[in-house]
Design a protein around this ligand. Structure first.
Ligand code: NOJ
Length: 552
């Protein structure tokens, strides 16, 4: 039998470098800052770090617009700083995964500069140029096309106009991407998180998209998501980049529009494409027509979404597990309670997620139970998605106060406020003026306080990460969802051989008594995670989580 891949027992930690730790006082996080904080991550037991982009970039989309794939942006440091970071990561037995952003480049990348310079230049077909654009809208508001007066054609940009989409139909584009990936692997990195990689194979006809009533633009997703050649492209990348490098790497595809059917293909080891993908079903449940139009999250929908992925990837493939990242609001504010029950709620979310089958991802600050920020006005926001939406909505007649109210809980900037290291004025993040306001609650919620308190969210994460290393049932056990229609309690079992876990999470501010058919069988079982109920039964306090174990 082939041994199980190492990443089944691993936990990944995402670092958003702008907001993690600033070593030089310019108010923006940097590589030397990360290197100085590696012991925090080693103490947590983290196996892999994923770095959001640190490459040279005009920073139109906070680094997801890359102008040079083989260097470090001066804001973050130098290649020598990067090598020191990598050495520090490896010295602590951890791995480092880079963000690979190759659906698009920056418009300031030399490839695009060459492409836009003439209609018949050698790099013209590296991007998508059309005399007449189709009707697609961009993910960042407005049209997905920009007119370029130099050659009197339009280019496609699914994101900002400074992020032109690469044309993966062109073999030289793919070869160039493979080459830069090998360059980083040769430098010692341990894999890639691949940005919106589900969008790289587009229907080359670029047909108009369906337009919803009242919508300004047509929907390009059906013509860009997991397009006709996507699996071919991933297999080719695997052959050209990963094959022959052993099983020590990690590849995860970010796929906002992936279906379970495609995910099974992407993550089937026999097909040699990717190790795992990020699916978005559970983080889209509280969106209405758009993310700015929220609707209440029903627990039964959350269970149905995550349960479907557990079941769908049970016999083939593998799940990535996450509540948050740099694009999502803070998990404890969004899915639970960031008020009086914050600590218990953050632990419950962690217990539930980390005991699913899959590889958990911790977003920086989640291990402290960091919360959304109390935005006072539009001038505090920095994210292009939020700012574009505000400008467009207000220009179309919306009341600015209403738009702001929608931004507050939803903006990606919630996840990007500086990491809270201590209670000092800039939270120990910088000696200068932070690029985004520090959340005032850092006086209470910070790493220094959390590490000193054995009952903190931090130590709870540390125990869960340790369990995944030491308890085979956590990584490898079967998953069975219980109480699918219960609106209060999230409940499931994991089983491997004679060992069975029962995991419970109270997703409400009221006490709960889980109505399990075999509740008696669990009375007296070992409490593996959390505190026993006062009467030894299954009762849960508001937002409490707990896991039991039977067998050994
Ligand atoms: C997904 C990234 O996570 C997000 O931050 C970015 O804006 C888009 N892809 C475009 O690169």
């Amino acid at each position: 039998m082939t041994p199980e891949p190492w990443w089944k027992t691993a936990t990944v930690y995402q670092i958003y470098p702008r907001s993690f730790a600033d070593s030089d006082g310019d108010g923006i996080g940097d590589l030397a800052g990360i290197t100085a904080r590696l012991d925090h991550l080693a103490a947590l037991g983290i196996d892999v770090l994923w770095l959001s982009p640190v490459y040279p970039s005009p920073q139109d989309d906070a680094g997801y617009d890359i102008s040079d794939y083989r260097d470090i942006d001066p804001t973050f440091g130098t290649l020598a700083d990067f090598d020191r970071l990598l050495e520090g990561v490896h010295a602590r037995g951890m791995k480092l995964v880079m963000d690979l952003v190759v659906n698009h480049t920056s418009d300031e990348h030399p490839w695009f500069e060459a492409s836009r310079s003439s209609r018949d230049g050698p790099k013209r077909d590296w991007y998508w140029w059309r005399a007449r654009p189709n009707n697609w809208g961009s993910f960042f508001s407005g049209s997905a096309w920009e007119y370029d007066p130099r050659t009197e054609e339009h280019y496609l940009h699914l994101f900002s106009r400074k992020q032109p989409d690469l044309n993966w139909e062109t073999p030289a584009v793919r070869a160039a991407v493979h080459e830069l990936m090998r360059w980083w692997l040769d430098r010692g990195v341990d894999g890639f998180r691949m940005d919106v990689i589900d969008l790289i194979s587009k229907d080359p006809a670029l047909p108009d998209g369906e337009r919803r009533a009242g919508a300004l633009y047509g929907d390009g997703i059906p013509h860009t998501s997991c397009g006709p050649r996507i699996h071919e492209f991933m297999q080719e990348m695997h052959r050209e980049v990963f094959a022959g490098r052993g099983g020590e790497l990690l590849t995860v595809g970010e796929m906002p529009t992936v279906t379970l059917e495609h995910a099974r293909l992407f993550t089937d080891p026999a097909r040699a494409e990717l190790d795992m993908v990020f699916q978005f079903d559970h983080v889209n449940l509280d969106h209405g027509a758009t993310k700015w139009d929220p609707r209440p999250l029903r627990l039964r929908d959350l269970k149905a979404a995550l349960g479907r992925w557990q079941e769908g990837l049970a016999d083939v493939g593998w799940n990535s597990l996450y509540w948050g990242n740099h694009d999502q609001p803070r998990a404890v504010s969004r899915f639970a309670d960031d008020g009086v029950h914050r600590v218990r709620a953050a632990k419950m979310l962690a217990t539930v997620l980390h005991l699913h089958r899959g590889t958990p991802y911790v977003y920086q600050g989640e291990e402290l139970g960091m919360t959304n920020a109390p935005w006072s006005g539009i001038d505090e926001f920095r994210d292009i998605e939020s700012l574009n939406h505000y400008a467009e909505a207000v220009a179309n007649g919306a009341d600015p106060a209403d738009v702001l109210a929608a931004l507050r809980p939803r903006s990606r900037d919630n996840a990007r406020t500086p990491m809270q290291w201590d209670a000092s004025p800039s939270a120990g993040f910088t000696a200068g003026e932070p690029w985004l306001p520090v959340n005032p609650n850092h006086v209470e919620i910070n790493a220094e306080a959390a590490r000193a308190d054995p009952d903190s969210v931090f130590h709870h994460y540390r125990r869960l990460i340790g369990l995944r290393h030491g308890e085979p049932v956590v990584a490898h056990g079967d998953f069975r969802m219980l109480l699918p229609d219960d609106e209060q309690v999230y409940a499931f079992t994991r089983r491997l051989g004679d060992v069975e876990l029962l995991v419970l999470g109270n997703f409400s501010g009221e006490p709960a008594l889980p109505r399990l058919p075999d509740a008696r069988a669990w009375a007296g079982a070992e409490v593996l995670v959390g505190d026993p109920a006062p009467d030894g039964g299954l009762a849960l306090a508001p937002w409490e989580g707990r896991a039991y174990r039977h067998g050994r």
